[in-house]
Design a protein around this ligand. Structure first.
Ligand code: FAD
Length: 380
């Protein structure tokens, strides 16, 4: 059952309707099989791109959809409710475009943004390294200036779309000056020296490719630097504020889907002579799940309104990411409980939802790191 939404007008209603139709026709029928076979659905991203759904939060003058975050995130929630791997991919693509959009020069934006937002390209965002996840300032990948070029060396771990993307937004060290020694680069996928490890074998989100990207003497023109030298970590963290809202929306969609499956099952399944939803112990469990989904949605919408108003929203984005992903973990786990033994089998999607929810508490800053961000705001 689609979530009840208060949308600002008929344009947004049409956009959400189009998204739901695409999800029902193109995403839902493919999701379970692709996840089981661990195959990356590149063609689904092409479909979404052609429908304009890969570039919604960016301005129309560069080929984007010109949508406020409040609307973009609700579209993303719908995509996440149909297929979490694809929702995460759409969010990561938006994240990988952010540095160029927000910190690039006019010339760089005119040159690369239309391609990135055309719907044909898919991006990746390379911040983490094997020893530098929660603490990206500990990164070691290097970019050394050599005449009119930079030469990049190192390994970026955990890259969503690693080996599948058309461009990589890469953070690398240009000096030893700690968090101020990192810079941001635009690296097209066909640049010689980009190599990819075998994808990670994950617990869930298996339709989304995650791989280490190796930079072996990757030479790029000096004008592929985004922002100033040394500004890279600030750029990366600004991007993550927006990215965390994307993950919050996908997690909300995933939880909504788990709730919908649980309610449908609980209305059909009988025990002790009546539908299990009519046993108060189970009805209350379902009520708590609904509360968790509504709360997650309210949290990301609230943060989105701050962002759309041009106000600081880093704290609100961390609250939304924390609430939505912790709630998704709880709701998906409880959905397995509602289905009983059936929930533990692959005949129903709720066990997959539970595995998919887990990673959302981990990436784009673990939920411990979200608490760190929130507590630092409180300590100011
Ligand atoms: C499927 C997947 C996709 C990903 N995609 C990308 C991507 O596209 N791009 C990218 O750059 N990265 C990506 N990541 C990496 C992800 O962002 C990191 O895994 C995450 O930031 C955590 O880093 P870590 O794994 O090194 O854990 P660690 O930093 O080693 O943390 C281990 C544990 O210690 C806790 N911890 C660490 N520091 C503190 C602290 N100060 N206080 C309290 N607890 C703390 C953490 O919360 C965690 O529980 C992805 C990861 C996964 C699993």
């Amino acid at each position: 059952m689609p979530a009840t939404r208060l949308l600002p007008g008929s344009e947004a209603e049409d956009l959400l309707k189009l998204t739901r139709e695409l999800c029902e026709k193109e995403l839902l029928p493919r999701a379970a099989r692709a996840e089981r076979e661990e195959s990356f659905p590149r063609e689904v991203f092409t479909l979404l791109g052609r429908a304009g759904l890969l570039s919604l939060p960016y301005p129309e003058e560069f080929g984007g959809g010109g949508q406020p975050y409040e609307i973009y995130l609700q579209v993303l929630e719908e995509i996440g409710s149909a297929w979490a791997s694809v929702g995460v991919g759409v969010s990561v693509h938006a994240l990988s475009c952010f540095p160029l959009f927000a910190f690039g020069t006019d010339a760089q934006r005119r040159r690369w943004l239309p391609g990135m937002l055309s719907g044909e390209q898919l991006g990746a965002y390379c911040l983490s390294e094997a020893h530098a996840g929660s603490d990206p300032a500990a990164m070691r990948a290097r970019a050394v200036r050599d005449g009119d070029s930079y030469v990049l060396n190192g390994a970026k771990a955990w890259t969503t779309h690693g080996g599948r993307a058309d461009f990589y937004t890469v953070m690398a060290r240009t000096s030893d000056d700690g968090s101020r020694g990192i810079s941001c680069f635009y690296v097209p996928a066909d640049t010689p020296g980009l190599e990819f490890d075998k994808p990670e074998e994950k617990m869930g989100l298996t339709g989304s490719t995650t791989a280490t990207v190796r930079l072996e003497n990757v030479r790029i023109p000096a004008d592929h630097l985004i922002g100033a030298e040394g500004q890279g970590l600030a750029i990366a963290l600004a991007g993550l504020d927006a990215g965390r809202l994307g993950i919050a929306a996908v997690a909300t969609g995933l939880a909504q889907s788990a709730l919908d499956h649980a309610v449908a099952y609980a209305k059909e399944r009988e025990a002790f002579g009546k539908a299990i939803i009519d046993h108060q112990g189970l009805g209350f469990l379902l009520a708590d799940m609904a509360v968790a989904v509504d709360t997650a949605r309210a949290a990301y919408l609230s943060a989105a309104r701050f962002k759309d108003a041009g106000r600081p929203y880093g704290r609100e984005a961390s609250v939304a990411k924390l609430v939505a992903t912790d709630n998704a973990m709880k709701v998906t786990t409880d959905a397995v409980q509602v289905l009983g033994g059936a929930g533990y089998t692959r005949d129903f999607p709720v066990e997959r939802f539970m595995r998919e929810a887990k990673v959302m508490q981990i990436f784009e800053g673990t939920n411990q790191i979200q608490r760190l961000v929130i507590s630092r705001h409180l300590a100011r």
